[in-house]
Write a protein that binds this ligand. Structure first.
Ligand SMILES: Nc1nc2c(ncn2[C@@H]2O[C@H](COP(=O)(O)OP(=O)(O)OP(=O)(O)O)[C@@H](O)[C@H]2O)c(=O)[nH]1
Ligand SMILES: [Mg+2]
Length: 224
């Protein structure tokens, strides 16, 4: 509990046995529930997570969005915090995010990795890709978004009632932000955080996922 609010952390994981251990070791005491969605990992992700006290949900169908949709169904908190299982997002920033959410008019905050503090944590290619995707999202939805691809968000669970979340893949990260931006009942803000190098192997396929995420923005804008 944090000031009377029940807090759930949701973490999608595809073969993150190294990262998840580091993430779970840092989850603050006030977090009531940590849901790890094991996306059919072939390593010891699920075992490590459950040994460390997380509620492990297995989702056999692969996909970042699919993993989130399953995890969110199990989340019981009033406030939900998300992050990757690769220890790239700052677990120790959770109280800072909760405080900001409680003080904000918006019911959905996205943690922005930009402006980037330590350049070495993101390759030049990924930085450019992220900036292009964020610029396109900002133009299409008439709202300045610095980090359209951030995977760390905090929101009141009831915001989910107003969202139509359909993507099973990487564009889920864009979709949830767009749904928050478009819905007057929710409201969207970004808040800067410090990003780090991921632990374990990269799962993202930069070109393929980059183009899919780009085309998703146009589909969401013009074919909704
Ligand atoms: N790519 C991918 N990630 C998944 C999937 N299911 C769960 N995940 C998890 O979703 C999170 C985001 O994926 P990452 O591979 O870290 O993607 P990213 O953060 O854009 O890329 P990195 O910069 O390499 O960390 C990680 O915790 C993954 O383990 C899936 O089907 N595909
Ligand atoms: Mg990651």
């Amino acid at each position: 509990m944090y000031k009377g609010w029940k807090i759930t952390v949701v973490i999608p994981c595809l073969n993150e046995e190294q990262g998840i251990q580091k993430v779970l070791a840092k989850i603050p005491e006030f977090v009531d529930e940590t849901v790890v969605v094991d996306n059919n990992s072939t390593d010891r992700t699920g075992e490590v997570a459950s040994r460390m006290g997380a509620k492990v949900i297995r989702e056999r169908i692969l996909g970042y969005g699919r993993a989130y949709k399953t995890g969110l169904l199990h989340a019981q908190g009033d406030i939900i915090v998300t992050l990757d299982g690769d220890h790239s997002y700052p677990v120790d920033a959770i109280s800072y995010l909760v405080e900001n959410l409680l003080r904000s008019k918006a019911r959905f905050l996205s943690a922005s990795r930009f402006p980037i503090r330590y350049r070495g944590v993101m390759s030049f290619k990924h930085r450019i890709g992220n900036h292009v995707l964020s610029a396109v999202m900002s133009l299409l939805f008439m709202r300045r978004v610095r980090d359209s691809q951030s995977g760390m968000w905090i929101f009141f669970k009831d915001a989910l009632q107003h969202m139509k979340l359909e993507s099973n893949a990487m564009p889920f990260s864009e979709e949830i932000k767009i749904e928050a931006i478009l819905n007057k009942n929710i409201g969207f803000e970004e808040i800067p955080i410090i990003y780090s190098n991921r632990a374990g192997e990269m799962k993202l396929q930069p070109w393929k996922d980059g183009f899919k995420n780009l085309s998703y923005l146009f589909k969401k804008r013009f074919l909704r």
